[in-house]
Design a protein around this ligand. Sequence first.
Ligand SMILES: [Zn+2]
Length: 105
Amino acid sequence: MTIYRKLLIRLKRKYPQYSIRVCRRHLKDNLYGSTTHIAKNQFTIIINSKLDENDACHTLTHEFAHVAAWDEFVIHNQEHGPIWGIEHSRCYQVFEELITELNTQ
Ligand SMILES: [Zn+2]
């Protein structure tokens, strides 16, 4: 299983309150990923299919933080505000732990 796939499973496990559909698809070159709110606690994340695995993993942590900080975006119109920052560090930690585990196996 790829690191990307493992990370995706762990991030979904980290946020069981959300239903998140994730797919890799062609996006404009300057766009790494996007998050769309579908319904209450329901989101779609698209990761640019052109990204290599490392960039795709980084983008995945970024987009999962958008899911977890969606209220901040709606209420304060802040895309990368303080709540997003906290959630991003949580997501990034999941990635860090995964990498550490794989490196010590
Ligand atoms: Zn963003």
